[in-house]
Design a protein around this ligand. Structure first.
Ligand code: NAD
Ligand code: DAU
Length: 364
């Protein structure tokens, strides 16, 4: 198919920007429109390398802006109506949702509904349009020490973030059931890789190790996450877009479970090795009070992706984490830019001991 127009929402964020790099290389004849509000998490530096790509366009705007979204789908922005929507745009950080859940409900629930309406009102019923909702394993809640999330696991979100993502998923599901709207949902585990804002565990630890700052580990560090290299998530999304069945949910994950404390130890060792440091950065590890309602364990059963769509991760954790550290070490300017004046990091008992990011600029 040529002249395909793909609307990527939230393409200036971590996964969205990786996806645009990946997608333009994989589909050089498709046109990507990146719609992003450029919140604290969105950064056009992530897309500098493809800024003048003939098949890439950027629109600064909010997914809750009905008039703007209607104009984009009506083709009034200088491109035709998008054939596909890959919906990444969201407030994505659990700790922030614990402090203030309002932006999460607005962007994640209302924003999804605005996009669904615009697409429903514009797309003809007979075409091959696709709306892919990029969701998360956190909608399933938390696991004990055994078992996996499958696509049949009941939805049981625990944080305001995951509740808002569940709201988004349920709107998508309802549009499919009610309007036969051409939607698919993907639910992925924790991603890591280049361009991740240093408020999330892995880039925060790399940033703090580099700057010899405390490494805050919530609770005992015994919570478990299932890590996937971001490029493998991008490949999975593209696979679902090309081969997935409408109305289906696809879980995405790499069978790569780590306790937080073990990840932090590994990052200390690897960064120290790469910088040839004599003194171990493990001395910087600081146990802090636990995150409120902290989910114990996430682990994805991705066998449906593997069996039905033939996807499996291409990167081992060993290669992925090494590539990630190398990227941060080679992009110190990026790291300084996204952190300088943007946030100050402190440990505050009044917030139950969770780590609070004080946003000094770009704050809504
Ligand atoms: P991110 O916070 O890095 O990026 C979010 C992007 O969305 C930013 O560029 C931001 O400017 C934009 N945005 C936010 N609100 C917007 C609005 N109202 N209108 C337009 N743009 C807006 O997030 P991420 O980690 O890249 O996550 C992307 C998506 O993937 C999210 O939907 C998230 O729930 C989901 N997800 C993330 C992970 C993960 O490990 N990071 C795992 C599974 C699923
Ligand atoms: O599972 C997918 C989800 O993964 C995505 O939907 C979210 O958008 C993404 O942010 C991520 O959520 P987590 O809450 O799992 O990621 P985070 O990096 O915030 O935390 C990972 C683990 O590390 C978690 O158990 C909390 C802990 N942690 C985190 C930070 C930032 C710490 O111990 N110290 C920290 O400073």
């Amino acid at each position: 198919m040529t002249n395909v127009i793909v609307l990527v929402t939230g393409g200036a964020g971590f996964i969205g920007s990786n996806f645009i790099h990946y997608y333009l290389a994989a589909h050089p004849d498709h046109h990507v429109i990146n719609l992003d509000a450029l919140t604290y998490a969105g950064n056009l530096e992530n897309l500098k390398a493809i800024d003048s790509h003939p098949h890439y366009s950027f629109i600064k705007g909010d997914i809750t802006d009905r008039a703007l979204i209607a104009d984009i789908f009506a083709g009034k922005k200088g491109f035709g109506c998008p054939h596909y929507v890959i919906h990444f745009a969201a407030e994505s950080h659990v700790d922030r949702s614990i402090q203030d859940s309002s932006p999460f409900v607005i962007s994640n629930v209302l924003g999804t509904q605005v996009l669904l309406d615009a697409a429903k009102n514009t797309w003809p019923k007979t075409t091959q349009n696709r709306f892919l909702n990029v969701s998360t394993d956190e909608v399933y809640g938390s696991l004990e020490s055994t078992g996996y999330f499958t696509e049949q696991t009941p939805l049981s979100p625990n944080s305001p973030y995951s509740a808002s993502k569940t709201g988004s998923d349920l709107m998508v599901r309802a549009y499919f059931e009610t309007h036969q709207f051409p939607a698919i949902i993907t639910r992925c585990s924790n991603n890591y890789g280049p361009y991740q804002f240093p408020e999330k565990l892995i880039p925060l630890m790399i940033h703090n190790i580099l700057n010899e700052k405390p490494l805050p580990v919530y609770g005992q560090g015994a919570n478990v996450r299932d890590w996937l290299y971001v490029e493998d998530h991008c490949l999975a999304i593209d696979t679902v877009l090309q081969k997935g069945q409408l109305g289906q949910v696809y879980n995405i994950g790499g069978h790569n479970e780590w306790r937080n404390i073990d990840i932090v130890h590994l990052l200390c060792d690897l960064v120290d090795q790469k910088l040839e440091r004599k003194e171990s950065s493990k001395r910087l590890i600081t146990y802090v009070d636990d995150r409120k309602g902290h989910d114990l364990r996430y682990a994805i059963d991705a066998s449906k992706m593997q069996k039905e769509l033939g996807w499996s991760p291409q990167h081992t954790f060993e290669t992925g984490i090494s590539l990630t550290i190398d990227w941060y070490l080679s992009n110190l300017d990026w790291l300084a830019d996204v952190t300088s004046g943007v946030y100050e990091h402190y440990y505050d008992k009044t917030y139950g001991g969770s780590i609070v990011m004080k946003v000094a600029k770009n704050e809504c």
